[in-house]
Every structure is written in C-alpha cells, then in structure tokens.
Design a protein around this ligand. Structure first.
Ligand code: B12
Length: 248
C-alpha cells in the first residue's frame, strides 16, 4: 500500500486529498500514481484540468522519448480520466468540464492511435464496433478499436448512438463475424439486449459472435442478455475477440 506523499506530482496529490473520499478508490489511485513516472502524472494532471493543448504536447513528448504507447494510455490518459469520473459522480465538476477533459483525452489518443493501430499483418477478422442507441460515450470504445486494429483486426467503427438496425446492416454489408457493443449508461445497457434480439429476429444471430463492454456492464449482465462475451478493458477486448474468433 503506497502513501500519498509517494506521488511526485503536487497537483495530483491535492486532487486525491481534496476530492477522493471513498477509501478504496483513494488507495487504488494512490497505488497507481505512486508507481507511475512523473511525466505520466503530468499528462494525467493536464487531462484532469481539461488542458487539451498540454495533453497533446506532453503525450507527443513522452512518445518521442520512447515511452510505450500502452504506458502513456494507461498511466497518463486513463489514470487522469479515472479522477475525472469520480469528480463528475460526486458533482464536483459538471458536463462542460467533463467535455473539456474528453477533448484532452482525444488530443492524447490522436498520437497513440497510429502506434497501436499499426499491425501490418493480414486481418485476423472483421469486427463491427459501436456505442449503443441513446449513448454518446465513445472514449472507451475508441480505445478498444485502437487495440483491436493494433492486434490485426479490421474494425468498422459505427460511432455512437447506434440503432439495432445499423448494427445489423453493417454486419451484413461487411460480412463481419464479430460485433462489439459499448454502453456507459445504465439506461442504455438494455439496448445491447435489444440489439441481440434484433439479430435473432433477423435470423442472423448464428452468423456473428457478440461481445459487450463499458463501465457499468458486467459478466452477469452479458450472460443474461445472451452475449457471447464480456471484456472489462481494451486489453480484455482483444483477448476476447481472439478467443471468440478462435484466433491464436
Ligand atoms: C467522459 C464522460 C462523459 C462525456 C463523454 C465524452 C465522450 N466522447 O465519450 C460527456 C460529457 C459527453 C458525458 C455525457 C453524459 N454522461 Co458521462 N461520463 C463520462 C465519464 C467521466 C468517463 C467515461 C470514460 O470515457 N471513461 C474512460 C474509458 C477509457 O473507460 P470506459 O468507457 O469504461 O471503457 C473501457 C472499458 O469499459 C472497456 N470497454 C468499453 N467499451 C467496450 C466494448 C467492448 C466490446 C469491450 C469488450 C470493452 C469495452 O474498455 C475501455 C477501455 O479500457 C464517466 C465516468 C466513468 N467512471 O465511467 C461518466 C458517466 C458514464 N456519465 C454519466 C452520465 C450520467 C452522463 C450524462 C447523462 C450527463 C448529463 N446529465 O447529461 C450524459 C449522457 C450523454 C449520453 N446520452 O450518452 C454517468 C452514468 C451513470 C449511470 N449510472 O448511468 C457516469 C458513470 C458518471 C457518473 N458517475 O455520474 N459523459
């Protein structure tokens, strides 16, 4: 168990001290930041402040320095977004601030994407990915897409607010064998089940494997609605995709 004073960045220390009250969340953040590089903490701090130009510049500098894209993503960008998520939940910040943080996240992801997406091998399979109807969250889905492309999958990105019909049309048009759905709202999670039902109604359920994910989604929920798999993060998404398509 690390201590708060083991975190190099003063702004991050202050953020945790002032805004993170739940003991388990506090300790998890302290443990994660205490073992990350000062340059990763600086990226997280800029993201928490919604400073997209600084995130852009620091991410580029870290990659130029030779730090792995995955480390920048996990210890810098996702670590910062974890603090943003808690502050949003606790009504310390509101939608406009979160939008600024999301913009900063995207500024960083722009530099990471070409590295993670460059696999240079024959496609392992075709995957259709989208965020379900009514849901506009796309950061996590986009991270999954980057990782899938990097692992060698061809991915058709349907974006956000995707209706069951659009999922069906895309799977048919591209002859995709795997569908991935993302949902971040408890109110839109049921739309995953509705999409699966639409595939059954269209007599297409046997032609495609379906995986689901997003912060509120669980393995139990995935099982209940009849998905073929659930992944908790972008790495798990790739492992799951390989497993479902029986790729070594
Ligand atoms: C950023 C954000 C926003 C941004 C989204 C910007 C964007 N372009 O995505 C904006 C400001 C637009 C927004 C809006 C809203 N939001 Co919001 N948002 C968030 C926040 C802070 C972070 C989400 C995020 O990007 N996380 C980082 C990524 C990396 O994580 P992730 O998405 O979970 O993805 C990972 C895994 O889940 C997994 N994964 C994701 N998808 C998939 C798919 C597959 C197939 C697999 C295998 C894996 C997988 O891999 C990803 C990478 O590791 C969360 C808080 C949180 N803790 O999640 C709230 C949160 C999701 N939002 C919330 C709410 C309430 C809203 C609004 C209703 C607010 C409002 N009053 O308007 C609106 C809804 C808009 C809409 N219709 O969708 C609530 C939802 C509560 C609930 N129980 O449903 C949350 C939980 C905040 C909270 N605690 O109150 N939001």
């Amino acid at each position: 168990m690390a201590q708060l004073n083991e975190i190099h960045n003063e702004f991050i220390r202050q953020e945790i001290e002032e805004n993170i009250e739940r003991p388990n969340e506090r300790q998890r953040l302290i443990d994660n930041f205490a073992k990350s590089r000062p340059s990763m903490q600086a990226i997280a701090a800029a993201l928490i402040e919604g400073e997209h130009a600084t995130v852009d510049q620091l991410t580029r500098a870290a990659l130029d320095e030779g730090i792995e894209a995955l480390e920048v993503m996990d210890d810098g960008l996702i670590a910062g977004m974890a603090v943003v998520g808690i502050k949003f939940r606790e009504n310390i910040i509101f939608v406009p601030e979160v939008l600024a943080c999301a913009r900063a996240m995207k500024a960083g992801m722009t530099h990471i994407e070409p590295i993670l997406s460059a696999s240079g091998i024959d496609p392992l399979g075709k995957v259709v990915m989208g965020t379900v109807k009514g849901d506009l969250h796309d950061i996590g889905k986009n991270l999954c897409i980057m990782m899938l492309r990097g692992a060698g999958f061809e991915v058709i990105d349907l974006g956000v607010d995707t209706s069951p019909d659009r999922f069906i049309d895309a799977v048919e048009e591209h002859r995709a064998t795997l569908l991935g759905m993302s949902a971040l709202l408890t109110t839109t999670m049921p739309n995953m089940g509705k999409t699966i039902e639409a595939f059954i109604d269209a007599d297409l359920r046997d032609q495609v494997k379906i995986m689901v994910g997003g912060a509120p989604v669980t393995q139990d929920f995935a099982d209940d609605m009849g998905a073929d798999g659930y992944g908790k993060d972008a790495l798990a998404c790739v492992t799951l995709a390989k497993h479902l398509l029986a790729v070594k």
